[in-house]
Ligand binder design. Structure first.
Ligand code: SF4
Length: 310
């Protein structure tokens, strides 16, 4: 998630660079540092589409987005709780957050285009450090040539690298795709719905395995990336310092049958609502009541600092 305290902004603050230009530069390099990088506008010059243009300055991104979905939230009653957030039990927060997410995102389509478990596995591998949009632009070319482990294994890593060159870390990912295809062929030629098998593949970690198991096979999993990790902390659902700890905490407060949807819903929420700038927790449909007063106050000075530098 990209926020005012986004570590991506630290170089800009340290070097005293204009935040607008810095974010525009990040977007031009394909870093998913804010919402505009995920939108169809992302390829346009930052001075026309960045988050700080005069038009956008008048209506901060989160306000526009929240306004678009007010009709979905209205039947949930007041979003702010009379209870101090610190006094709410973690389970009560999770129940309320689940209710809001279900209203906002009743459908949870898989964001990465794929044809079967193997092509989803490839797409998820490619998505590390890259936007889903960029992956979806590249995979049609890759799958036209190699949409099975046998076809991928027949390519050499350099051929794969050339096809996926627009994606970050292309050389490493090409080598891993080549090796992984051989590993799958050695195991019978199919992606097996098994944690140990998936995590044994080149370039496949726990999160990637979880995404494939949940989205390709419907097996309950709660993949936690840095975005979900940070939101879970902001919402008071976890105090974990690692993604593994956060995954355990989230699995405790959400029912197992909701895990696969919750993973995607939290990602969708982060992309849609969490801007790079104007980070106003008190106006957010969830943070306004779920985050602690201490956290809201701690965010305020950072917000002021960022806006003053503009
Ligand atoms: S206040 Fe809203 S926009 Fe900011 S981190 Fe929380 S959920 Fe995201």
């Amino acid at each position: 998630m990209a926020n005012a305290d986004n570590p991506c902004l630290i170089p800009a603050l340290v070097l005293d660079l204009p935040i607008n230009e810095f974010l525009g530069w990040c977007c031009s390099l394909g870093f998913p540092s804010n919402k505009t990088a995920e939108t169809p506008d992302a390829g346009k010059p930052p001075e026309k589409t960045g988050p700080n243009t005069p038009q956008r300055r008048a209506i901060p991104p989160w306000r526009r987005q929240i306004g678009h979905r007010d009709h979905l939230l209205s039947d949930l009653g007041p979003l702010t709780s009379p209870l101090a957030s610190a006094a709410m039990r973690r389970q009560d927060k999770a129940d309320r957050i689940g209710e809001i997410l279900d209203h906002l995102y009743p459908e949870t389509p898989v964001p990465l285009d794929h044809r079967d478990p193997y092509t989803l596995l490839v797409a998820v591998m490619l998505s590390a450090q890259t936007t889903d949009k960029k992956v979806n632009q590249v995979t049609p070319h890759l799958f036209a040539v190699a949409d099975t482990p046998a076809k991928m294994a027949a390519l050499d890593p350099e051929q794969i690298r050339v096809i996926i060159r627009e994606i970050g870390l292309a050389p490493t990912k090409a080598k891993n795709l080549h090796l992984m295809a051989h590993q799958i062929l050695d195991a019978g030629g199919e992606v097996i719905a098994d944690w140990d098998f998936l995590e044994s593949l080149a370039g496949v970690g726990h999160k990637t395995a979880g995404v494939v198991l949940s989205q390709a096979f419907g097996i309950p999993a709660f993949p936690v990336d840095t975005h979900i990790h940070r939101l879970a902390a902001r919402w008071g659902l976890s105090d974990g310092t690692t993604v593994e700890h956060t995954e355990r905490d989230l699995k405790k407060v959400f029912a197992i049958e909701t895990w696969n949807a919750r993973h995607l819903q939290i990602i969708f929420f982060g992309r849609e609502y969490c801007p790079a700038l104007y980070h106003d927790l008190t106006a957010c449909p969830i943070c306004s009541w779920a985050s602690t007063k201490k956290r809201q106050l701690s965010e305020a000075p950072k917000r002021r600092r960022v806006t003053q530098r503009r």
